[in-house]
Design a binder for this molecule. Structure first.
Ligand code: SF4
Length: 324
């Protein structure tokens, strides 16, 4: 399978006044052409930071400390801002969390999408841009007679469709969606999930879906990477990770969503809180909350163990030790 994106040994840190936050550490994953990969975990586990680093959009105090991000075999991790600009939105695009509420209230939707298009195609003529906006509206299931409406004339679900249309404006090969259904009511959530699945069929692009909600992953993704405290702890097909999860954290996370196809109700919460990444725990970062922790878990970082079929688990219950 051809890879759209290859991330290896990625460390992303943030400098703050009290020290260095180790937000993402030793992260490895591939994104294959045409697949949809879910990044799941509690808030603060590094999902969004991982995504932003692949867009070259880390905040000013954030930086890639180590590692490689390859797109089409081209290394991006050392890109200058000018190099990022050539790639960002053209090759990889992102729908940011809550962005649908950040549309400019006094500008028509068509104007806002046109701005995004002309940024990348400065020579595009007005009628070409309009044609593209109509195409994009149709693609995301919006009524194309309404391109000149203002944001307040659209419902939350419609505004989320606009954000997806904007991200697709330059035909990217990779689309990242960060919590695409958060803040929408259940009916509208289902419609956005349907839209994501339709887009997966209609356009051959790769997707990364970021969410804390396993039910969304199970409906929209081929594979899942489960993140905890800046590390990927389990990675594999949706079936392997959900039906045959191996990592104690994944198992707890699934326990928190008893029926992933039904109503979302947290019945079991994971005791304790995620660690402070200014000073992450030694060994396995989950050891303070893990009911199965052993002595070795406190001192040694668990190495990824391959269960076959691309199912990787980083946990001492399954052997494998590294001193990294
Ligand atoms: Fe629990 Fe140890 Fe596995 Fe970490 S390595 S999840 S502490 S058993």
């Amino acid at each position: 399978k051809k890879k759209a994106l290859e991330v290896r040994d990625l460390n992303v840190f943030f400098k703050i006044s009290t020290g260095t936050v180790r937000a993402v550490e030793n992260v490895d994953f591939d994104l294959y052409e045409g697949e949809s990969l879910g990044l799941v975990g509690e808030s603060g586990c590094g999902k969004t930071t991982t995504a932003l680093s692949t867009m070259g959009m880390l905040p000013d105090n954030g930086y890639i400390d180590n590692g490689s991000i390859k797109y089409d075999n081209k290394e991006l991790a050392n890109n200058s801002e000018a190099e990022w600009q050539l790639y960002r939105w053209n090759d990889i695009a992102m729908v940011f969390q809550g962005a649908m509420n950040a549309l400019n209230p006094v500008k028509k939707i068509s104007f806002q999408i046109a701005e995004a298009i002309s940024l990348h195609y400065p020579k595009a003529k007005d009628d070409e841009i309009k044609k593209r906006i109509i195409e994009l509206f149709k693609l995301v299931g919006l009524d194309s007679s309404r391109i000149d409406d203002y944001p307040h004339e659209f419902s939350g679900g419609m505004r989320q469709r606009v954000m997806i249309a904007m991200a697709l404006a330059c035909n990217p090969r990779i689309l990242i969606a960060d919590e695409p259904t958060t803040a929408l009511d259940v009916m509208i959530q289902a419609q956005i999930i349907d839209l994501i699945n339709e887009l997966r069929k209609k356009i051959s692009m790769s997707m990364i879906i970021i969410t804390h909600d396993l039910s969304i992953i199970s409906e929209t993704c081929d594979r899942i990477a489960v993140m905890y405290a800046g590390n990927i702890v389990e990675l594999g097909t949706v079936r392997d990770v959900i039906k045959n999860s191996k990592h104690p954290y994944t198992q707890k996370l699934i326990g928190a969503f008893p029926n992933i196809y039904g109503e979302k109700k947290r019945i079991e919460s994971i005791p304790g809180t995620p660690p402070n990444l200014l000073d992450p725990p030694s060994g396995c970062r989950f050891h303070l909350r893990c009911s199965e922790a052993k002595q070795i878990c406190k001192t040694e970082v668990p190495k990824s163990v391959d269960f076959g079929n691309g199912h990787y688990v980083a946990c001492h219950l399954y052997g494998g030790v590294t001193n990294e």
